[in-house]
Design a protein around this ligand. Structure first.
Ligand code: ADP
Ligand code: MG
Length: 623
């Protein structure tokens, strides 16, 4: 061999190799799945490259993965005529694990964990699994752009800390992986065994996988196709088992869990396309990364793989969807830029969005599954209320809430159900927003609603306040925050308005209170919505809510002060006492305390808590 150079693995790689061999030993057959998956990826990439030079299309017809079992040399050869690698790529892709997932992979490896084998694929360290069964691995590879056969690359390693790279001669582009099996792994030299493993894990691979057969009688060699070799989504639905759908999902997403639901559709007509869309059963951290606008959709044109993360086909609030879209209407050489401004993309996006929403609707009929879905993706779906006005009602229909009556922190109540349960004269959908469930649930604003058995949605997800700025109506019913003026509420309250004091006494008290609070409030009113609370602050219906104003303030924005209406509960023991206070100074202290209490209930904090404490202490001293 010429130009032979020795390299050391990164220390992490060494560690990984050791761990891998130990922890995956019980499921060693997965090495085949990993190597075939790589070969299939390489062929997909090659097909894509060939699009730019259609004269090579004959090559495109004949792409396949070949397996030879060499009993004499005790080795398995897995060959593909895919894209191949040049020297630098071999070093980068095979020699180093530049993958940031490696560390987390190492951490998650645990000899007791049955899921280790699935984790391997997930973290993109699949190639190394070949060392579970091999004492030596040789890669021969020729990049499709390399014109000289003798400039092909040979990589060789025993998986013990170092590898060797040299030149070799290879007639075709693509990659051959040679596995020199360990002494006790001879089972893998049996055709039936390999066929069985491939059927199990790789049947959905759209590239033909062929295995060499040796006829001992005639001493001839022939090739046998093992897999279906048809892109799963192009097959008839009734030919696809549930298991196949699930395996395909795991193959494209590297998720270790099964999807929760999927939809497979072939659409014909003005637009022709096939979609296979999955909803995962678990969300991933990258969904929450603001900069990450990727989604999990793969684009195919006329069955040819074009790109991953085809985010042009779905709105951002559906970014958790995985799957493929295969269209006949786009040119094969389509680029991201073209996609962006293409009207076909736009109309595909529209119909895909509808399809996904429909799929979620279908899922919503299955309570348990929907509850999993809602926990994992509900917050993301909520973004759609603002992002997609044209589908707002459909999305709103999919939202789930908790409410006073549901008496459970889990969000299970739909708006439809809420409307069904409304009180006779109730016209609006009532809601409260707060920092957390407990605050919402115990808010004094709810007293009258609890008493009158009018249900109120309790909103405490961070996005809710923002969402409710866009969600104004559902099926003709307006949304009404409980802390704003609402004439309709007064109409439905079935309660006698009475008080121990004369109208004159009360009016006098309201007047003095307004004088004391002065600029702090817009007006002071009597309230019959309170039961156990003396006072409360209400805002005008068109004003910004306290939560919203807080969010703006936190973001460093200037927010005009809220104009409050100070409502007083004339039947509260404390008010009954205060009304009778004649000493103006004392009265002033009391009124200010009441105001601060109401502020606390409204926004959860005070600008000057010290003032509040001082006033309370003053009163405590005098009692
Ligand atoms: P992953 O497939 O998740 O990227 P692997 O360890 O399986 O991780 O492979 C590492 C990389 O090596 C691949 O991403 C690819 O770039 C390269 N590679 C592996 N096998 C082949 C192959 N048969 N042809 C071309 N490139 C390959
Ligand atoms: Mg791989």
């Amino acid at each position: 061999m010429n130009n032979q150079t020795k390299y050391n693995f990164q220390s992490e790689t060494k560690q990984l190799l050791k761990l891998m061999i130990h922890s995956l030993y019980s499921n060693k057959e997965i090495f085949l799945r990993e190597l075939i998956s790589n070969a299939s990826d390489a062929i997909d990439k090659m097909r894509f490259q060939l699009l730019s030079c259609p004269e090579d299309n004959n090559q495109y017809q004949d792409m396949k993965i070949k397996i030879i079992l060499d009993k004499k040399e005790k080795k398995i050869i897995i060959s593909d005529n895919g894209i191949g690698m040049n020297k630098q790529e071999v070093i980068n892709n095979i020699g180093t694990i530049a993958n940031s997932g490696t560390k987390s992979f190492l951490k998650s490896l645990n000899p007791e964990n049955e899921k280790n084998n699935q984790l391997i694929g997930k973290f993109g360290v699949g190639f190394y699994s070949s060392f579970i069964v091999s004492k030596k691995v040789i890669i021969r590879t020729r990049h499709f752009k390399e014109k000289k056969p003798e400039k092909s690359i040979l990589w060789e390693s025993c998986g013990e800390g170092e590898y060797i790279i040299s030149n070799t001669s290879k007639s075709e582009n693509g990659t051959d992986i040679e596995l020199y099996l360990k002494e006790n792994e001879k089972d893998f030299l049996e055709n039936w065994k390999i066929e069985q493993i491939i059927k199990k894990y790789s049947d959905h691979i759209s590239v033909p996988i062929e295995i060499q057969e040796y006829n001992t009688k005639n001493k001839t060699i022939s090739w046998k196709k093992i897999n279906e070799a048809q892109a799963l989504w192009t097959m008839q639905k009734n030919q696809i088992t549930e298991k196949k759908y699930q395996n395909f999902y795991k193959h494209i997403t590297k998720d270790i869990n099964n999807p929760i639901i999927w939809s497979h559709n072939k659409i014909e007509g003005t637009q022709e396309y096939t979609i296979l869309l999955y909803i995962p059963s678990k969300s991933t951290w990258d969904l929450w990364n603001q900069d990450n606008k990727k989604n999990g959709l793969k684009l195919y044109v006329k069955k040819v793989y074009i790109m991953d993360d085809a985010d042009q086909f779905l709105p951002n609030y559906l970014r958790f969807i995985k799957g493929i879209i295969d269209t006949n209407d786009l040119p094969l050489n389509v680029s991201r830029e073209i996609l962006q401004e293409n009207h076909i993309t736009q109309s595909l996006k529209k119909s895909l969005t509808k399809k996904v929403l429909h799929l979620i609707e279908k899922l919503s009929k299955e309570k348990e599954k929907y509850s999993i879905f809602w926990k994992e993706f509900g917050l993301i779906l909520k973004e759609g209320i603002a992002e997609d006005p044209s589908n707002q009602e459909t999305i709103a229909n999919l939202l789930r809430f908790t409410s006073i009556n549901s008496n459970d922190i889990e969000q299970k109540l739909s708006l439809n159900k809420y409307i069904q349960n409304m009180q006779e004269k109730q016209e609006k959908i009532y809601f409260i927003t707060a920092e957390n469930y407990k605050n919402a649930k115990n808010s004094p604003y709810l007293e009258i609603f609890k008493e009158q058995k009018i249900d109120v949605l309790l909103l405490s997800d961070r996005i809710d306040e923002w969402m409710m700025n866009y969600l104004l109506e559902f099926k003709g019913k307006k949304f009404q925050p409980v802390n704003k003026i609402d004439q309709d509420l007064e109409k439905i309250i079935k309660k006698e308005k009475k008080s121990d004091f004369s109208e004159n006494e009360i009016n006098q008290f309201l007047k003095i209170t307004k004088e004391i609070l002065n600029e702090k409030v817009e007006s002071v009113k009597l309230s019959y919505r309170l039961i156990n609370t003396p006072t409360i602050l209400i805002t005008q219906n068109n004003s910004m809510s306290a939560q919203m104003s807080k969010l703006f303030k936190d973001a460093g924005q200037n927010v005009p002060p809220l104009k409050y209406i100070f409502e007083i509960n004339p039947n509260h023991e404390l008010i009954k006492k205060i009304i009778q206070i004649k000493d103006h100074k004392k009265l002033k202290t009391w009124i200010n305390i009441l105001f601060d209490q109401a502020l606390l209930a409204e926004r959860g904090s005070l600008e000057n808590p010290n003032d509040f404490i001082n006033r309370i202490n003053k009163i405590l001293i005098n009692t």
